[in-house]
Design a protein around this ligand. Structure first.
Ligand code: GCO
Ligand code: MG
Length: 412
């Protein structure tokens, strides 16, 4: 079975998504997610200009060989654009292989290891009462684990908060996460780590008081702290028994986590901005983290994630696959197939997509009783409606940029 045609589909049903669509000589269609929030067209061009000519006529079944050919063969390896492009090809070829076998993808990955994948949802509020309402709403949707983010007194807009829909990112002011049309140029937020560090333990105190000790709670530090600040935060949150503290320091500085780890027993999650297993060698080798956060979409696809998750297992770490609304339903489906198949599953981030997104992509995965499951449809189990996609043209959007109180550019 040969690869006969390859196309990229850029669509913006509320936010931008890039999808690779591979068709074989037998007419089997595979889909891959290539969405890189705020830099979508770079991946689109990489796929069209540099990868498509290499794929035409190749054996659609040679997934590992194609992965290595695109990775090693490019000479200029790694990086978010390249690895999102490689990921999309890899997902599409796994989709084709599983469809050809007449099986849902998780069966080819070794079959089911659990009844379903525990998902966490996003709760957010500008202040504590609004956050408590948001947690209630997330629980009412069926979630059994919740990430909490709040505004910080004195700061106008903070990551993950600010009106709009916390789950889809649509209509959010500051933490809009690049929803289409929101920010033709990057929105600028103002950040004060000291105010945040003073405030956040009081937020956890209120949430634990209201919802009790049993609810798994997560929090995303979004790369903003120095190692000593992060150590202090981890320590101050210990009484509240977090499921994890995510991205407490800028993730690429792996050694920074040594200091954090030395001072706190709050579990640590890192990796959504990584795109290669080698980004984790210090973190995993020295057991500095508990959860690996890579997205299937950004870290080279199913082939690469399998290897990463196996390395994590060797070092006692579990999965926490990135699943915000800027991962398309195709990337989400790939994650869910992995979640139910691997042994060292931890949790799956799951933010529901907008109605328009679900009209363009028709995923068949199921969210029930707090658990995600792939359907029994062959392949990834997602259909892309090309006519619906064409109704939502690309719309440039940026993620926000962060500045300290004195105007210095800071990590967002
Ligand atoms: C998360 C992430 C996202 C990112 C987004 C950027 O934990 O879900 O931090 O919200 O900000 O993916 O595009
Ligand atoms: Mg995050």
């Amino acid at each position: 079975m040969k690869i006969q045609s390859v196309e990229t589909v850029v669509t913006s049903p509320g936010r931008n998504f890039v999808t690779l669509r591979v068709t074989t000589s037998e007419g089997v269609v595979g889909l891959g997610d290539a969405t890189l929030n705020g830099r979508e067209l770079a991946v689109d061009a990489y796929l069209r200009e540099h990868i498509t000519p290499l794929l035409l006529g190749r054996d659609a079944g040679a997934i590992e060989d194609t992965w290595q050919y695109l990775y090693r063969g490019a000479y200029w390896r790694r990086g978010p654009v390249t690895m999102a492009a490689v990921a999309a090809v890899d997902m599409a070829l796994w989709d084709i292989k599983a469809k050809t076998a007449g099986m849902p993808l998780y069966q080819l990955l070794g079959g089911r290891s659990r009844r379903g994948a525990l998902a966490y949802g996003h709760a957010a509020g500008r202040d504590v009462p609004e956050l408590l309402d948001s947690v209630r709403a997330v629980l009412a949707e069926g979630y059994r684990a919740v990430r909490i983010q709040t505004g910080v007194p004195g700061l106008d807009a903070v990551y993950g908060v600010d009106g709009g829909d916390a789950a889809t990112g649509v209509g959010l002011r500051g933490g809009g996460n690049g929803a289409a049309g929101d920010h033709p140029l990057p929105f600028e937020e103002v950040w004060d780590t000291a105010a945040y560090l003073r405030h956040i333990p009081t937020v956890f105190e209120a949430v634990r008081h209201e919802f009790g000790p049993g609810l798994p709670l997560l929090h995303d530090g979004h790369h903003r702290m120095t190692p000593i600040e992060a150590a202090r935060l981890g320590k101050s949150l210990e009484p509240y028994g977090l499921f994890w503290l995510e991205d407490c320091t800028p993730a690429e500085d792996q050694a920074a986590l040594r200091l954090v780890r030395q001072h706190t027993t709050t579990p640590l999650a890192v990796g959504e901005v990584f795109n290669h297993v080698n980004d984790y060698t210090t973190l995993l080798g020295e057991r500095l983290i508990d959860y690996v956060r890579s997205a299937v979409t950004h870290a080279g696809g199913i082939t690469a994630m399998r290897k990463l998750l196996d390395l994590a297992a060797v070092h006692g770490a579990k999965s926490g696959i990135h699943g915000p609304a800027d991962i398309s339903p195709v990337g989400m489906a790939a994650a869910i197939h992995l979640d139910v198949a691997i042994h060292n599953f931890g949790i799956q981030e799951y933010t529901r997509h907008s109605a328009d997104t679900l009209e363009v992509f028709r995923p068949s995965y199921i969210f029930d009783d707090g658990l995600l499951n792939p359907s029994e449809a062959p392949g990834l189990g997602v259909e892309l409606d090309l006519e619906a996609a064409a109704r939502f043209p690309y719309s440039p959007a940026y993620l926000p940029v962060n500045r300290l109180l004195d105007g210095t550019v800071h990590d967002w």
